[in-house]
Design a protein around this ligand. Structure first.
Ligand code: GLN
Length: 484
């Protein structure tokens, strides 16, 4: 079925006019009609607009126009602005807000010929690890609908895994691309900070946020990264670093590359089946000719605490704009303060309120030095740990998440337990490096995907992708599909 194809398979068939963009788009829409009632990956989608874009792509394809993603249906997390589409960030506070412009990543995907459709469910303002914090209801894991898909980009992961689209975009502030990709059995990448423009992304924690792709295999991840990367005058944190053809690096040859294993990552809460998948990958990499090197990331134990100070501090400032004056479903008050507090009190969900309160506290005078400033210093030490490790190794191999997908409701009562599930993903954002999650096998009884993570040097995406691809191609995990 066309909706199951990868980007590289589909673009070949489209270019040869073996299939049309309309047929492909229609098969994604049919799949949504068939399974999204169970999965709820999409908050909304405009089928007529998607088919219109597909027809335009077909015209170009027939005329022989060559673009890397021409006619490929790509769905978008509800935190990235798409002109004339709703933008809710998984929250009810924005009401009926319609985005007046495209994010730079959307412009780039459109320039590459992609069909942009649908708004994918997420934890409110990207705060969460399970997509249970959405004002639009939970998204379910396609491998087991009693379980969470991960978060915050749970809709983006579930939609790709359930073949409701060919690829999707998500965002990753502390693991929100890699962790749901791992739990849903697809590939998710967080690019190096500054690799991809954040213009048109609703900010959560600006020093950590990056946009990245969800795909069905590693080659597609490389294709998407080449399409969305690059310097943008509208985002001063984007870096004018050349954009390689990432897919060209995927030659399967990893001989002599050095892969680090961090002793601090072999923690107590690691599920034995996840640990076994990691060990199996280590053996496989050795067979492929890579060299395994033990490394140390000594400040790992402070990463979760540091992240939840830095991220909440930045969130409390960024979310101040949702005040009921310029945006939001306004709840009237007798004076501006009452209007603000009623609008925000009514519009934000409990996790967002918790973070704003925590973030405001760590920034307040008297506590700033003890919490925020100290967290910034520890953040520098965490980054230094990685830069030291990268003097010895080309990339670092870790599990993506300590466990496979947990049950819906299992951790909602205990925010700290939820935060601890981010242990392997958040250091990457604090350090500003790149990371990718790819399939490393399945648990038994129940059968659930296990994700492995590679962390790469700043702007080391080519090597990281090459390593992930070599492992993927030496296994068959990525070919398995959930039965929905
Ligand atoms: N789970 C983390 C959090 O709740 C990461 C979120 C993200 O990457 N957007 O903050």
């Amino acid at each position: 079925m066309l909706n199951q194809l990868t980007i590289s398979e589909l673009t070949k068939k489209l270019a040869q006019r073996e299939v049309s963009a309309r047929e492909t788009m229609q098969s994604c829409l049919d799949q949504i009609a068939k399974v999204d009632g169970k999965i709820h990956a999409f908050i909304s989608h405009d089928a007529a607009d998607a088919l219109q874009q597909a027809d335009a792509a077909d015209k170009e394809l027939t005329a022989g126009v060559k673009k890397p993603l021409l006619g490929v249906p790509i769905a978008i997390k509800d935190v990235i602005a798409v002109k004339d589409q709703p933008l809710n960030c998984g929250s009810k506070i924005l009401g009926k807000f319609i985005s007046p412009y495209n994010a730079t990543v959307i412009e780039k995907l459109k320039d590459a010929g992609a069909i942009i459709f649908g708004r994918l469910n997420m934890d409110e303002f990207a705060m969460g690890s399970s997509t249970e914090n959405s004002a639009f209801g939970v998204t379910r894991n396609p491998w087991d609908t009693t379980r969470i898909p991960g978060g915050s980009s749970g809709g983006s992961a579930a939609a790709v895994s359930a073949d409701e689209c060919i690829a999707s975009l998500g965002t990753d502030t502390g693991g929100s691309i890699r962790q749901p990709a791992a739990l849903c059995g697809c590939v998710g990448m967080k690019p190096t900070y500054g690799r991809v423009s954040r213009y048109g992304l609703v900010a959560f924690a600006s020093s950590l946020d990056q946009v990245g792709p969800f795909t069905k295999d590693v080659r597609d991840s490389a294709l998407m990264l080449s399409a969305i990367s690059g310097h943008d005058v509208k985002d001063s944190t984007s870096i004018p670093h050349p954009v390689p053809n990432y897919a060209a690096a995927l030659n399967g040859n990893v001989k002599g590359l050095k892969l680090g294993l961090a002793k601090e990552y072999m923690v107590g809460g690691l599920d034995p089946q996840v640990s076994a998948a990691l060990q199996a990958a280590v053996k496989q990499y050795e067979k492929l000719g890579a060299e395994i090197v033990e490394i140390s990331l000594p400040h790992t134990e402070y990463a979760v605490a540091t992240y939840y100070i830095v991220a909440t501090a930045e969130a409390s400032a960024n979310l101040a704009r949702f005040d009921g004056i310029r945006y939001c479903d306004r709840v009237p008050g007798n004076d501006p303060i009452e209007l603000y507090s009623k609008t925000r009190g009514h519009g934000f969900g409990p996790e967002v309120k918790r973070r704003i309160i925590l973030g405001t506290y760590v920034l307040s005078s008297g506590y700033y030095d003890a919490y925020y400033l100290r967290a910034q210093k520890v953040r520098t030490l965490i980054r230094r740990d990685f830069l030291n490790a990268f003097e010895k190794v080309d990339a670092i191999l870790t599990p993506t998440s300590p466990t496979a997908a947990f049950k819906i409701g299992e951790k909602t009562g205990d925010p700290l337990q939820m935060y601890l599930s981010d242990i392997f993903t958040i250091s990457c954002n604090l350090a500003g490096i790149c990371g990718i999650s790819f399939q490393g096998g399945f648990t038994e009884n129940p059968k659930l995907p296990i994700g492995l993570q590679l962390l790469g040097k700043p702007f080391g995406e080519e090597t990281m992708l090459k390593l992930a691809h070599a492992y993927e191609q030496s296994t068959a995990w990525h070919k398995e599909k959930p039965t929905i």
